[in-house]
Design a protein around this ligand. Structure first.
Ligand code: NAP
Length: 219
């Protein structure tokens, strides 16, 4: 599958190398493509502009800081209406209320996934690869003997979720569908008693924990 990766840092380069190893075609889109030439981004990958990654991929991975999303969307939205977007971002950025960097509170208590589903003009957005550190993801997906680690995902489009679940498997994880973009609140920050975010789960532990979380809000 052709995958365009926007954001070439910790997460972008981790998923890019894992999918490259699995035989997918990767084109990284960067604001500074030349600066990537001497970095290990995978064996058979291409490097280009953000627009090139958006037009190349059947699937686009968005792996940039929250505060950069609107600017990137102004460039890529015209090209992604028929594409699936994997959103690995988390809503940490400049908080206008506190004047500091931190967790962003979105209007009407909506999830970051619902917020991004509205502004990212894709065929289907799936939140995934956002709950575990890039370093840990590389360990699990590359050479670790660790098996059975859950990668939770969520979104509103079944066709997109099916495709992303396969990509999750191929990167070394067990895909687990948490639900729609509202249910994505359980895989978004902050870490703690109201979320699955930031923890390692197996199939047994995630099912028990998700049921407890849903019970607390009477779902
Ligand atoms: N690090 C983790 O363990 C982790 C885990 C889960 C989720 N996340 C989330 O994944 C996203 C990326 O995190 P990261 O750790 O990979 O970040 P990072 O290492 O800082 O890399 C982000 C990349 O995005 C691009 N970028 C930076 N600012 C940008 C802007 N204003 N507009 C467009 N592109 C910009 C840069 O690539 P170019 O310079 O090549 O354009 C940069 O290398 C964040 O939303 C983060 O919350 C991170």
């Amino acid at each position: 599958m052709k995958i365009g990766i926007i954001g070439t840092g910790n997460i972008g380069s981790t998923e890019g190398r894992l999918w490259d190893k699995a035989g997918h075609q990767i084109l990284y889109g960067s604001r500074h493509p030349a600066s990537l030439l001497d970095r290990d981004m995978g064996e058979n990958v291409q490097i280009g502009s953000i627009k090139e990654a958006a037009t190349f991929g059947e699937v686009i991975l968005l792996a940039i800081p929250w505060d950069g999303i609107d600017e990137v969307l102004s460039e890529i939205n015209p090209f992604i209406s028929e594409k699936i977007v994997i959103d690995a971002t988390n809503q940490y950025g400049f908080n206008e209320d506190t004047g500091k960097n931190g967790l962003i509170q979105l209007p009407n208590h909506q999830t970051a996934t619902s917020y991004n589903t509205q502004r990212i003009k894709s065929k289907g957005l799936v939140k995934a690869y956002n709950t575990l550190t890039a370093g840990f993801q590389w360990q699990v997906g590359s050479d670790s003997p660790k098996k059975g680690v859950i990668m939770p995902y969520s979104g509103n489009t079944e066709e997109a979720k099916t495709i992303v679940a396969d990509l999750i498997k191929e990167s070394g994880f067990v895909p687990y569908d948490v639900g729609d973009s509202e249910m994505a609140r359980f895989i978004e920050p902050p870490r703690g008693s109201t979320s699955l975010y930031g923890e390692e789960w197996s199939i047994d532990t995630i099912e028990k924990r998700l049921k407890e979380l849903k019970d607390t809000i009477n779902l």
